[in-house]
Design a binder for this molecule. Sequence first.
Ligand code: MN
Length: 242
Amino acid sequence: MKILVTNDDGIRAPGIAFLAEAAARLGSVLVIAPKEQQSAMSHRITLDRSMRLERCSTFSLKGVEAYSLDGTPADCVRAAFLGAFDEKPDLVLSGINEGANCGFDIQYSATVGAAMEALLYGVPALCFSQERGPVGEVCREYLFRILEDLAGRRLPRNQIWNVNFPCCPLRECRGILYDRKPCQTAFFDDRYVRKEQADGSWEIGIDSDYVMEAEEGTDIRAILDGYISVGIVTNTVLSADN
Ligand code: MN
């Protein structure tokens, strides 16, 4: 099996190295990741310029070819399927994102955007994120187990698996909850704060509070309670059966 691994935090983020290492136990791995941070780019692609694809010699995982692309995560997946490489992937993995992709944040996520792009080529995709910070204890303990399990389960062609790890210590992790629904809020309660400038314009910046409550059965509730959340996200453009 040929596995493409990408992310939205960029090729230098620790999460992608850890995911690629786990993926290498299941098949041959190709890493194509954005050169720079691309979080919250959703499904954006680059059409107004050509891009630079560079072999990344600093990505030190034996037997793994790694490339950086000065584009978005969806661009990385398109490059893999639309001719920049000889062989097409059979599975696409995205992550491990630094920060949860739960609730409304799924809509902005370019970790999710990359997985949605893979579905357009009829290839299954999974994304992985962790609540705050890089790879933690829970993620280290459970990632391979969950990856192996979910990669073997078939979803309709318009759906991806969305896995979120809590950032609590391993001893506080209460296990895995499946079938989690996206919470009908974001993880952060954002407000724009406005400051008037000398020229009469306003500078607006985000001020946010961490959400501490969420409805039962949702992805955010699972994370807040110390569970790993496994959910499904549907690409609404695709039909389930073609
Ligand atoms: Mn990110």
